[in-house]
Design a protein around this ligand. Sequence first.
Ligand code: KIV
Length: 255
Amino acid sequence: MTGLEKAQAILQRKNGKRLATLTAYDYPTARLLDEAGVDLLLVGDSLGMVVLGFPDTTHVTMEDMLHHTAAVARAKTKAIVVADLPINSYDTPAMALDNARRLIDAGAEAVKLEGGIRQAEKVHAITTMGIPVCGHIGMLPQRVLEEGGYRKKGKTPEQASALLEGANALVEAGVFAIVLESVIPEVARHLTAELSVPTIGIGSGGESCDGEVAVITDLLGSYPWFVPPFAQPEADLSSSITQAVTAYRNRIQKP
Ligand code: KIV
């Protein structure tokens, strides 16, 4: 299946089985997640924090994204591989298209970028060239410094209607899905009901969207230093790693 066909299949899940999405930043994780049946694999710029050790996503570069996208793409997954356009890589429509093409050449099958109405022209520039785009509205991690933190969105009627306006502009520009990050559940449910493309929630209430996305380290409990309040870990890999390494050290160093 081509990337476009995979994106079309995701779009058609609007009223079907909910979409299970996870981030992946490397080959073995991508293979394991794909073998477990995940629908979308997101090479998220969250890699800045959970892989590269930066405090937020504003340090991530195109070179970082190309490197990790290529690693994930080598897993040749059934799941669609969506790569984030990092901060400052889509300032103009021409830049957005050029960098989207670079991510596709590295093996991505779709790209994601953050923002609503002010990104519609850039999304359109990419989708008209046959590259599938996933939108991302609500809390925008690439703007965390301007906003002074991670805040819930949609709390006021003005915010709620700006989110709907932005989402509609993205749909018109051709996105195949939209991530809703930290949108209050009531507004996330409303957006999900109104939009013709699937919504994929994170921190937006359990069942409010057509699917969910989680950062893989939150799911696996492998990044214990910061766990977002909405995370629902299904494993505690950091403890398993500590135990295994302690056992190894004891075996090597035994008197
Ligand atoms: O970078 C990322 O992992 C993301 C998800 C949080 C949606 O954009």
